[in-house]
Design a protein around this ligand. Structure first.
Ligand code: ADP
Ligand code: MG
Length: 224
C-alpha cells in the first residue's frame, strides 16, 4: 500500500484565555490516502478549522504527530515546514483571499512562479485550470469583477496550480448560495479527482459531504 499523504496521531489542540482552557482537539487520528477525497463534517465550533490549520502547518501549539507524505512535521525546522507546505499542499478557504490587483490568470500564475515554474508554462497551466472550471472567458477579470462563485473557482485553480498531493479546503463553498455551492463543489471534486490530488474538506453540509469518498465526523474533539 502506498504511504498516506496525511496521517495524524493523537493530535491535540487547546486554547487558553484567562483561566479558561478549552480542549478543541482531544486526540485526532486521521489517515488520508493519495487521491482520496475526505469530508470533515461537524457543526460550527467543533474544531474543523483548528484541525485544518494544524494539518496545514500554519501554526504550532498542537500536541501529537502530523505526517505529510511520511514526513513528521514536528521534526522540521521553520524553513523545511514552509517548504513542505508549499510543495505538498494547496489551500482553499471560505473567503477567496485572491489578490485584488491581479486578474484571475495572474492569481493562478503567481504561486507557480514562486514555486519556480517557467512563466509560459505557468500561464498555460493557469488557463487550463481556469478553463476546466468554466472561466476561460474570465481570465483577465480582477476578483472584484467576478461573481462569488467565480471567485471561489479561481481560488480552487490557485490551490491546484502547483499540483499538490493534498488540498485542504475549509468550507470552500460556505459563502455561496445553495445552488451555486452545489455546482462549484461538484466542479471542485471533479477537478481534484482528475488531477489525482487528495483532499480534506471541512463542511457542515451533510449533502455536500455525502459526495466525497469518505466522511469523518468531528465530535467533542475526536473523530467518530
Ligand atoms: P469550526 O471551524 O468547526 O467552526 P473552529 O476550529 O473555528 O471550529 O473553532 C473551534 C473552537 O475553538 C471554538 O470554540 C473556537 O471559539 C475556538 N477557537 C478557535 N481558534 C481559537 C483561537 N485562536 N483562540 C481561542 N479560541 C479559539
Ligand atoms: Mg471553521
Amino acid at each position: 500500500m502506498s504511504e498516506p499523504v496525511l496521517e495524524t496521531r493523537g493530535l491535540k489542540r487547546s486554547f487558553t484565555q484567562g483561566d479558561v482552557t478549552i480542549h478543541v482537539l482531544r486526540g485526532v487520528d486521521l489517515t488520508v490516502a493519495p487521491g482520496e477525497i475526505v469530508a470533515l463534517l461537524g457543526p460550527s465550533g467543533s474544531g474543523k478549522s483548528t484541525l485544518l490549520q494544524a494539518v496545514g502547518l500554519l501554526e504550532g501549539g498542537f500536541e501529537g504527530s502530523i505526517r505529510i507524505n511520511g514526513r513528521e512535521a514536528a521534526s522540521l525546522d521553520n524553513d523545511a515546514r514552509t517548504e513542505l507546505r508549499r510543495d505538498a499542499m494547496g489551500f482553499v478557504y471560505q473567503f477567496h483571499h485572491l489578490l485584488p490587483d491581479f486578474d484571475a490568470r495572474e492569481n493562478v500564475v503567481l504561486p507557480q512562479l514562486i514555486h519556480g515554474a517557467e512563466p509560459a508554462a505557468a500561464r498555460a497551466r493557469a488557463d487550463q485550470l481556469l478553463s476546466a472550471l468554466g472561466l476561460g472567458h474570465r481570465l483577465e477579470h480582477r476578483p472584484a469583477k467576478l461573481s462569488g462563485g467565480e471567485q471561489q473557482r479561481v481560488a480552487v485553480a490557485r490551490a491546484l496550480a502547483n499540483r499538490p498531493p493534498l488540498v485542504l479546503a475549509d468550507e470552500p463553498t460556505g459563502n455561496l448560495d445553495e445552488a451555486t455551492a452545489d455546482i462549484v463543489f461538484a466542479e471542485f471534486v471533479s477537478l481534484v479527482r482528475g488531477e489525482g490530488s487528495a483532499a480534506l474538506v471541512a463542511t457542515h453540509n451533510e449533502r455536500i459531504a455525502a459526495r466525497m469518498d469518505r466522511v469523518l465526523r468531528l465530535h467533542e474533539g475526536v473523530l467518530e
